[in-house]
Design a protein around this ligand. Structure first.
Ligand SMILES: [Zn+2]
Length: 335
């Protein structure tokens, strides 16, 4: 029995419901090799998933191997296959989104069709606000800039002529950014800061010598000390507590680098208010490894391998995390 008549028989016995898409069409054309090469963006969700066509092709092969159609189409076997295939198709309806999502966090530096871009006016505002925040940072010092509150930032603008007062539109934009729902840009993490002007009480802080960073006393401090003890002097704090202003500054720098693509920025950094650095998480690196501590290269270092072997560390952003963020092996989950 040839392929065409098998497919005809299959469609009579229930495959017809799913045979309207390009999978069936291509199979009918005997062009099954092109199935896996079908572009992902094709409107037919079935075509996006290689497993389903493969399965369909296998069934067709099975049937083609049988000499007599009546023999191979014994109802129980065929019904089971139809049921299995339908289940796969149900999964396929959901899967393209999952697949697209996974692609986004893997290729976080890429630009995707549905990425969220700010307007040119907003982009100008971002650049102006960033320049001013950068002057605040220079004035208060890098260490203190990690900690200052939104209100303090405004005061520095007002009181230091080298910074210059934040304009009303700049402040409105920053405020709006803080209260925005980050899911709009594809970030699915939890909002951990509720108030824009929240301050980090200095009695809760601990300055970590030679790093320019701070940790919360208690759990964060204890974990960092334990890491240093177990991994050795080669492990160093690369980013500790980050208040709202610092997170805003880092985030807007990403937005600026990404030419206004908020989605791209959000794939590599939590938007302000959403960072666990505000409540206890921290980043570690290998001494002397520089900016590479914030790349996947860190995962190849002996420091990371030791961290992994110790096993008690939870990495917040794994390579299949549900937050919409790239894999961050350097980020240590505390809270
Ligand atoms: Zn981090």
């Amino acid at each position: 029995m040839d392929r065409r008549s098998i497919l005809k028989a299959l469609s009579i016995s229930g495959f017809v419901a799913l045979g309207s898409g390009s999978v069936m069409r291509q199979l009918l054309q005997g062009n099954s090799s092109s199935l896996s090469a079908t572009p992902f963006a094709e409107d037919d969700a079935v075509a996006a998933l290689p497993e389903v066509p493969k399965k369909l092709a296998e069934i067709v092969e099975d049937h083609a191997a049988g000499a007599d159609f009546h023999e191979v189409s014994a109802p129980s076997k065929l019904e089971q296959q139809v049921a299995d295939l339908n289940a796969d198709l149900e999964a396929a309806k959901v899967d393209p989104h999952v697949k697209e999502y996974m692609q986004k966090i893997r290729y976080f530096e890429g630009v995707f069709e549905d990425d969220y871009f700010i307007s040119p006016e907003e982009f100008q505002l971002v650049k102006d606000a960033l320049a001013r925040m950068s002057r605040v940072q220079r004035t208060v010092g890098h260490g203190n800039f990690n900690l200052i509150s939104f209100d303090q930032m405004i005061k520095y603008g007002r009181n230091f002529s080298q910074v210059g007062e934040f304009t009303k539109v700049e402040l409105e934009y920053l405020e709006q950014l803080f209260f925005a729902d980050a899911r709009t840009y594809g970030f699915y993490g939890e909002k951990v800061m509720s108030g824009l002007t929240e301050r980090i009480p200095s009695r809760d802080l601990l300055k970590i010598p030679k790093t320019g960073h701070f940790l919360f006393k208690g759990k964060s401090q204890a974990l960092y000390n334990k890491l240093r003890k177990d991994v050795g002097e080669d492990i160093v704090l690369t980013s500790g507590i980050r208040g709202t202003v610092k997170q805003m500054y880092l985030y807007l720098s990403k937005v600026s680098q990404a030419e206004g693509n908020m989605s791209k920025a959000s794939r590599s950094l939590a938007p302000p208010g959403y960072s666990y650095h505000a409540i206890g998480d921290f980043d570690v690196g290998k001494v002397g490894f520089g900016y590479k501590n914030f790349t996947e290269d860190f995962a190849d270092t002996d420091v990371y391998k030791k961290l992994q072997d110790l096993g008690y560390i939870a990495i917040r952003y794994t390579d299949d995390n549900k937050f919409g963020v790239r894999y961050e092996p350097w980020h240590i989950q505390v809270v």
